[in-house]
Design a protein around this ligand. Sequence first.
Ligand SMILES: [Zn+2]
Length: 303
Amino acid sequence: MLEFPSAPVVSRLAPTPSGFLHLGNAVNFTLTWLLTRRAGGTLHLRIDDLDRARCRPAYLANIFETLAWLGLDYDHGPSGPDEFERHYSQQHRLAEYEQALQAARAAHPSLFYACRCSRTTLARAAAPNGHYPGTCAALALPFDAPDLAWRTRVPPATTVAWPDLAQGPQTVALTEELGDFVVRKKDGAPAYQVASVLDDQRLGVNFIVRGQDLRTSTAAQLWLAESLPGQAGFTHTRFLHHGLLLDAAGQKLSKSTQTSQQRGILAEATSPQVVYRAVAALLGLPAGTGMSLAELLAEYSPR
Ligand SMILES: [Zn+2]
């Protein structure tokens, strides 16, 4: 079932230092590591610290501690917080993101518009589906005025399709599921969707493993990449969206276990085997209680 890219696999772990990593993150990292290592691929650690207001040194340190605890190695990326801050932070690439956004706007003038809506206005005016109602779409506000966000115009009935490695053929109705989305925030920083595409392309990533909750994000990125000059290669990325986590009894893990931001998996689990077992369950593999990472790797072979 797993049809890997024909080129050598390049993937990434992409945590955000805005909270302690939880079980869901740990499972995603382990699954990404397993699939990439089994394919003989290259693995990057790429940390998303675009939103500096939410980043904390303790969360950054927690990323490295969690990867060490899980026993996951990677081929490229920062070895620790200091090296991350010096050489890998997205703050070093703000000019690069800005250049890409300006180039996209120059190449596709009608695709973007400036939006002055405040958080409060947005909350009041949201369409029944919670989407941006297009308040500023026809106002032609100046892009370079202060305190304006940039949105991309998602045309009516836009759908995005891709062959998912785990879920089979996927189609997302982007207009209905997302609507006109922000590509540049009011502070001038790129939105996550933009930075993520540019970073993955810069690293040569061709295989992305993420949870099903990011399907809409994937659709937005695939669609947007075609309008970002030089980034169309992103549309050849292979995606694997993994499902919900089940415990040993086949029950969905409780939300508090899955999303706890308070202490994180390092504080909650006595050993990483709980993570390995969850990964084995996702892959439909047998998992003993004492399963090690080496056993998981040995047990799993791409079909
Ligand atoms: Zn607006």
